[in-house]
Design a protein around this ligand. Structure first.
Ligand SMILES: [Mg+2]
Length: 197
């Protein structure tokens, strides 16, 4: 294994309650846990429950920037990332916004641990982001592991033959994640060390 590729939201940082609160605040609506879960089975941008049909996510992302970028990373996650960065090249592919994710990483002093940070502006598809990382860093899919919390990410990783480690503390629960057969499901970051042994 040469490279570890991480999703950001709900993996490196549990932003569930943060987003739920901010969506309520910014769009001035009641937005329950279930509403956020129901937003879509496939992508947060496809709005299948109808509640966020005309949401302007670009303005939303600007609105959350100042608070999002200063969220404090969990110590165990930070230490695991720093330790892993000594032996593997680490990258992020996220559907979040570059400025928000980058500033978060800088404020938490882990920005230097990552090579590529490919977000929403780079491409909407994670497949395109995987392919960029493969060609830029001369990697085969079997030299990479992908860490994520969602079904749709597992599906995209499967398309490019990258094995997925799913985390069961994110957006989709364990039973759902199992349907797309990730390589492993973990409940905390340090478990990555065992998988990589
Ligand atoms: Mg995620």
């Amino acid at each position: 294994m040469k490279a570890l590729i991480f999703d950001f939201d709900w993996v490196i940082h549990d932003t569930f309650e943060f987003h739920r609160n901010k969506i309520e605040e910014y769009f001035e609506i009641d937005f329950s846990k279930q509403d956020l879960k129901d937003l879509s089975n496939w992508s947060i941008f496809s709005n299948t429950n109808g509640k966020m049909e005309n949401a302007d996510w670009d303005w939303y992302t600007n609105y959350i920037y100042s608070e999002y970028s200063v969220l404090e990373i969990d110590k165990k996650i930070k230490n695991t990332i720093l330790e892993l960065s000594k032996n593997y090249s680490l990258h992020i592919i996220s559907s979040g916004w570059t400025r928000n994710v980058t500033e978060y990483l800088k404020n938490n002093q882990i920005h230097h641990a990552f090579g590529d940070i490919l977000c929403y502006e780079f491409h909407k598809s994670k497949i395109a982001k995987f392919e960029h990382i493969f060609s830029k860093h001369k990697l085969n899919s079997n030299e990479c592991l992908f860490v994520t919390d969602t079904l749709w990410d597992i599906l995209e990783a499967n398309e490019v033959w990258v094995k997925t480690i799913a985390v069961d503390f994110g957006y989709h629960d364990k039973e759902l994640l199992e349907t797309w057969k990730p390589h492993k499901i973990i409940s905390n970051f340090p478990e990555l060390f065992n998988i990589l042994k």
